[in-house]
Design a protein around this ligand. Structure first.
Ligand SMILES: [Zn+2]
Length: 303
């Protein structure tokens, strides 16, 4: 059976309801799938994370550009549509790997000013003990902001804003107000272990506050889209936020007592949460590092 894959996804972007699976052949044969969420907002999954695409008469507004080895597949999945606007929820390579391709094709790349700064400079990744080169100029965000902003794309009102120190130091949300779809980036993580990129300024206290900011934007009908994993309801986000808040209370107390990540694990901190973490020690290590970097924020007296 022959399927015109491009027109299938294009049709979805144009407003067909339902789930379509769109295998796309590229260098690594990444497999993207798409799902119309609401209005003209489509979720494209498998890039390897989630990408959102709003279809307008002027082209597609994208939230995140996927990893570099998925960029061509992502672009071709949009057919001939132009991408005048691309948002980066944060600096990580699996959200900005397609920036060069879309930037060269004329996209204005919107991001928090700190995300641009991070991408414009070589940076170190301590967990992998290696350096990552700065992105080329055409891949860098071209429109930056510090707090929040809004724009109109077709009939859709788009609001975006800062999520302070939630996962990195440059996280943002992008809220398609009329379609009621909220992109949360890696600030919500319903499936994978939540990641706190402490070296880039993310920490658990920031994450809890940022999740409160997201909850304040959402209502019971909002489709909340994390960088990885399934679309979330507000209630599911609330549950994850409450889990993070409990972990914050437990781990800040243990940190003020001078306890390490290993001590926290041994004290059973992770047994108190309702879900299973793939690597609980790794999570607590990052929690600990973040706490030490932010101890003045929770009144700790670390010696
Ligand atoms: Zn990330």
């Amino acid at each position: 059976m022959t399927i015109d894959r491009r027109s299938l996804l294009k049709a979805s972007l144009g407003g067909l309801a339902g789930l379509v699976s769109v295998p796309l052949l590229g260098a690594t044969s990444p497999r993207l799938s798409s799902q119309l969420l609401a209005g003209k907002v489509t979720l494209i999954s498998g890039a390897p994370g989630n990408v959102l695409a709003l279809a307008t008469d002027e082209g597609v507004v994208l939230v995140d550009s996927g990893a570099a080895d998925h960029a061509r597949a992502l672009k071709s999945s949009l057919g001939s549509a132009k991408v005048p606007v691309l948002f980066n929820t944060h600096y990580h390579a699996d959200q900005t790997g397609g920036n060069a391709l879309f930037g060269a094709a004329g996209a204005a790349i919107h991001a928090h000013v700190i995300t641009r700064q991070w991408l414009a400079t070589d940076y170190y990744v301590p967990a992998e003990d290696h350096w990552v080169k700065a992105l080329p100029a055409k891949a860098l965000p071209t429109v930056t902001f510090r707090q929040k902003g809004e724009m109109k794309a077709g009939a859709e009102r788009i609001e975006y804003g800062y999520l302070l120190e939630a996962h990195t130091r440059g996280d943002i949300y992008v809220f398609f107000r009329d379609s009621n779809v909220l992109a949360a980036g890696d600030v919500a993580s319903p499936q994978l272990d939540p990641v706190l990129d402490w070296y880039a300024g993310g920490w658990l206290g920031g994450r809890v506050d940022a999740m409160d900011d997201l909850l304040a934007l959402a209502n019971d009908e909002t489709r909340i889209v994390p960088a990885y994993g399934p679309v979330m309801t507000r209630a599911q986000l609330q549950a994850e936020r409450d889990m993070m808040s409990r972990l914050y209370d437990r781990t800040t107390l243990l940190t003020t007592q001078g306890r390490s990540a290993r001590d926290m694990l041994d004290a059973g901190v992770m047994k108190e949460v309702s879900r299973t973490f793939q690597d609980p020690y790794r999570f607590l290590y990052d929690v600990s590092k973040g706490h030490w970097a932010h101890y003045t924020n929770f009144g700790g007296n670390i010696v």
